[in-house]
Design a protein around this ligand. Sequence first.
Ligand code: F6P
Length: 512
Amino acid sequence: MRCDQTTAWKNLQHHAQAFQGFDLRTAFAADAGRAESLSQSAPYVFADLSKNHVDAATEALLLQLAQQTGLEAHRDAMFCGEHINVSEDRAVMHWLLRHPAGSLNGPLAAPLAQVHDTLNAMLAYAEQVRADAQITDVVNIGIGGSDLGPQMAVLALQDFALPGKRFHFISNVDGHELAGVLRGLKAESTLFLIASKTFTTVETMTNAHSALQWFKAQGGHDQARHFAALTTNVAAAAEFGIGTTFGFWDWVGGRYSLWSAIGLPLAIAIGAAGFKDLLAGAHTMDQHFQTAQLAQNLPVRLGLLDVWYRNFLHFTSRSIAPYHSALRRLPAYLQQLEMESNGKRVDSHGQALTYGTSPVLWGEPGTNGQHAYFQMLHQGSDIVPMEFIAVKTPTHKLKDHHELLLANVIAQAQALMMGKDDAGGHRHFTGNRPSTFLLLDELTPASLGALIALQEHRVFVSGSVWGINSFDQWGVELGKVLAKDIHARIVSGVVAGLDSSTAALLQRVCRV
Ligand code: F6P
């Protein structure tokens, strides 16, 4: 049943009205057990949800909403390989990429065996590259899900990376990016990984062709050794002239593909054992999502909180603040995960929705954000729920730094909630601003895997309650089509038939 037709939805609307005067400080004062009852552990992640605008009644109603919209059946359909990506008629099985070998019977046994064959081949190749001292630079050419996942993870796990290899990520069609990286490279010591699920994305293909031209112009030979492709379109990669290809399947969405061959840069960086740890960590979160009762199921609680904030308290964005500089690309990664998945205005049957879906996701690592936009979070006119992500144990030995970092993240959550009374003047902080606190013991391949799988599943939960298809992305197509037309016009100079603004801009940039 669509969420807005359920009794839980109506009850939540009433509850939200009664909730208008909710104050976190009062809630804590009234309930000594609040921190404990609204906190929980999940694999590798401790979550404190208590500084959110929720109470036990809110959570109970949200759980009813999950039940009435068939969340569990939808989740189980994903884990059975049903074609829940209805607009593309595809299964959604990124979770299978981290499932232990040989652990499934029935129709999914064969795909799981293929997953492990490819994984083993890719990890063997990763080890070969790691052992090849002549290769000092690995250049990943890909965009969106073929860039953000490996880029975020290589950075996040830099302390586990093999010394002596540099990693570069080229995504933008803007030639300044590729030209800037190529300037510092030598053909004989560079490995190019062409990462594209479809092997048709114009940015990636343009960059790949330019990289190949550069390689040849630099006197590079042995293309087979210096180029590999990561794609579901093995035929297109072969046509491009790449023989070394690691494939994956149409049931892996681009933004869910870190666990597939798209993870090769990470496997080269942290090695086969590290990559397996990442998969194992993610798998433990899959199991938690599949088996924990809904009331103690962290992806379910987070996804339902997202629905509560978006549709009932009308908060339109969420800010991510990882207090760990190695997680500095995490906000960009989560932005694609949430906004490409749940930025939909129709339900999975194509019917227009009457309620909001994906919030805007944004953020920067702490403490940097504190000296930039946190002013607005503390004293601005909009309430932005925060998601703090911290790591208990550092990997460096520098004195004082980590204590200061952790002091800041805890103090920010406290300050947002507590505020400061100054008779309403410039120094007044209203407080009562909500935040979620996620804590990892250590940042390791396994904990990163669990953290990312947690985020994938919470996006699934809100998308499922909203009744949308979180696994297509038709919204990116129009811009691609129009760019083709405008590109032809930039070359020809023909502006006929365009609106006057587009025509004038085109004439300004036209070089003919
Ligand atoms: O344009 C959006 C998109 O399709 C993303 O979903 C995807 O991650 C990205 O482009 C890259 O696509 P590909 O891996 O096929 O090059």
